[in-house]
Ligand binder design. Structure first.
Ligand code: ARG
Length: 584
């Protein structure tokens, strides 16, 4: 059994124990502020608690540091500890200790990642709209949500994915009416591109032809009333769209399947009950024929309270009503203890009002976390929302196609003699990986500029750069085998060189990064970590000959470091939803 306690956590515990022995149990669990050092000559980690604690104790920080070190029991972990500057403590780890930790990491299929106290986490992500092309905003929700789902699953949580498909609303009245008007005999023969133009035509008619608009509104009533012809056209639209979304999900290599779909229409039966529940609790009130919820703190720019409308004067329900029903279902039926919505930041106000209403209505106990994992927009090179040259929103498929073409062009310069099929799958992995990575590596809440050159570059913070490190390791293994060397499966790592030491430390930091991603719902931390790991590996590769050493212990140790690096790269990329390749 491999014990899961990260390197950093071990150091934290030793310092906590020492602080408690030096100053009393009441300081337990103080945060000893353990950080990697900025420079290798200052040691491996720094403990920066002394300044803060000194203030509390009204002592000199160096004295606090000295008294802590007197009580520190760490001969097995640290080779040296020294006080620097006003009271920083620099920690040098023992090579033997790191060697042992790395041996354990090699044997651990979880990459050193432990299991957390399990929660039931419901993640709302993807959530495209029926009869509409997925656009780049849905791309972000899909891949950020997917990465969060993977990370939380690895940490031992029960993750329930919810694809809140937009399959309901007044727009279906106009769509179905358009289909009936134009194509009455054969009913819809649709694919997604046709659907898109159908949508545009319907909108055009709706806006300019009052008679059509009237029929479209009546069509909504027919749909809601379950009229057979109307419902059957609607169902076709939903099925066709789902097939199309599934193709994209497969192409993107995300986890979403049909089983994760819980679409807006699925909540219809709940809506009248939600409205009456909110009315009888007093949270909702009648206002100008509609039913609305007023929540404290939500005001427009003229300081007038902003209502959350849950029922229109014609009796129709809205996006917010459905979201209230969905939240109740997730909390009460699915028993979520953490509820995450991966939705763009333009819906922040809607989400904040939803959370406030859910709390007020008492559907959620205080220990449950409701989180809007909001994200920024993808911008074009002109820093404006990313559009085609003619100003239309960019379709996700077009983006994926272009990525493949560009990746293929770059790889063709490399003149490989790999079979065509293999080349194709390499191009696919690199291109989808590049798009996903460039999205995930920018801080979620920020906008970012879509940049083909940067995302496909082989040296930089990009998927090709990371994949290249992985491929290089596989090439080393192939070379070793060709030389008749058997690859060590187990054995012992022997860190000698300072660069090996740095690589070892980086590898052992993986579990902390995974936990940080889960806490902040921020995959960019993992991207930056993997990029640094790849950089550490490349410099190890350049400075420490791997197959050269005559002494087979040294060679084996370096091969083991390669194995662990490959494993962590693979596992880390997998958490981002990016596959690896063995050659390119
Ligand atoms: N379908 C919506 C859109 O495209 C996103 C739905 C997000 N999820 C939710 N529970 N509101 O904007």
């Amino acid at each position: 059994m491999v014990k899961h306690m990260s390197l950093k956590l071990r150091i934290i515990q030793r310092f906590q124990a020492a602080i408690a022995r030096a100053f009393g149990e009441e300081f337990m669990p103080i945060d000893p502020v353990i950080k990697p050092t900025p420079r290798a000559d200052l040691g491996d980690f720094q403990a920066n608690f002394a300044m803060g604690l000194a203030k509390q104790l009204q002592l000199n920080p160096r004295e606090v540091a000295t008294r802590t070190l007197e009580k520190l029991q760490s001969e097995d972990l640290f080779s040296r500890v020294e006080i620097a500057g006003p009271g920083f403590i620099n920690v040098f780890l023992k090579a033997e200790f790191l060697n042992e930790q790395l041996d354990q990491l090699l044997a651990d299929p979880r990459g050193g990642v432990g299991r957390q106290e399990p929660q039931t986490v419901v993640i709302d992500y993807g959530s495209p709209n029926v009869a509409k092309e997925m656009h780049v905003g849905h791309l972000r929700s899909t891949i950020i949500g997917d990465s969060i789902a993977r990370v939380l699953t690895l940490l031992g949580h029960e993750v329930i994915r919810q694809n809140h498909l937009g399959d309901w609303g007044t727009q279906f009245g106009m769509l179905i009416q358009e289909i009936l008007d134009t194509n009455a005999s054969q009913k819809p023969a649709t694919n997604m591109a046709q659907l898109n133009s159908l949508y545009q035509a319907a909108k055009q008619h709706y806006d300019n032809d009052p008679d059509f608009a009237k029929r479209a509104r009546e069509r909504v009533v027919l749909l809601q009333g379950g009229d057979q012809e109307t419902v059957s056209i609607w169902k076709k639209l939903v099925t066709e769209s789902q097939q199309y979304f599934n193709q994209i999900y497969q192409r993107l290599h995300v986890l979403l399947t049909d089983a994760d779909i819980k679409s807006e229409s699925a909540y219809n039966p709940m809506l009248p009950g939600i409205v009456s529940e909110l009315l009888s609790s007093g949270l909702a009130t009648h206002s100008e024929g509609a039913i609305v919820v007023f929540l404290e703190g939500f005001k427009d720019k003229d300081e007038n309270p902003t209502p959350m409308i849950i029922q229109k004067s014609d009796g129709g329900h809205l996006y917010a009503t459905t979201d209230l029903a969905a939240a109740k279902y997730r909390l009460k039926t699915l028993k979520a203890t953490r509820l995450i919505y991966v939705i763009d930041s333009r819906q922040s106000q809607h989400m904040a009002m939803l959370f406030a209403a859910v709390h007020k209505q008492g559907w959620v106990n205080p220990s449950v976390q409701l989180e809007h994992a909001s994200f920024g927009s993808i911008l074009g090179p002109d820093r404006k929302p990313f559009k085609t040259r003619s100003g239309e929103t960019i379709k996700l498929v077009d983006l994926l196609d272009e990525a493949e073409q560009r990746a293929a062009a770059i790889l063709s310069e490399k003149k490989t003699d790999l079979p065509t099929e293999l080349q194709k799958s390499i191009v696919h992995t690199i291109s989808t990986g590049a798009i996903k990575y460039s999205d995930l590596c920018s801080e979620r809440v920020k906008d970012y500029i879509f940049d083909w050159d940067r995302m496909l570059s082989f040296d930089g913070n990009s998927a090709p750069y990371l994949l290249n490190a992985y491929v290089r390791i596989q090439a080393i293994f192939r070379k070793a085998e060709a030389q008749g060397l058997s690859l060590p499966q187990t054995g012992s790592v022997q860190l000698k060189d300072a660069i090996e030491h740095q690589l070892g430390l980086k590898l052992l930091a993986f579990p902390d990064i995974v936990e940080l991603v889960a806490k902040e719902l921020a995959p960019h931390h993992l991207c930056h970590y993997l990029c640094e790991l790849a950089t550490c590996f490349h410099s190890f590769y350049e400075h420490c000959p791997i197959l050269k050493p005559e002494a087979h212990l040294e060679r084996d140790s370096r091969l083991l470091l390669c194995s662990i690096t490959a494993k962590i790269l693979q596992q880390g990329l997998d958490l981002l939803g990016i596959q690896t390749i063995d050659r390119m």
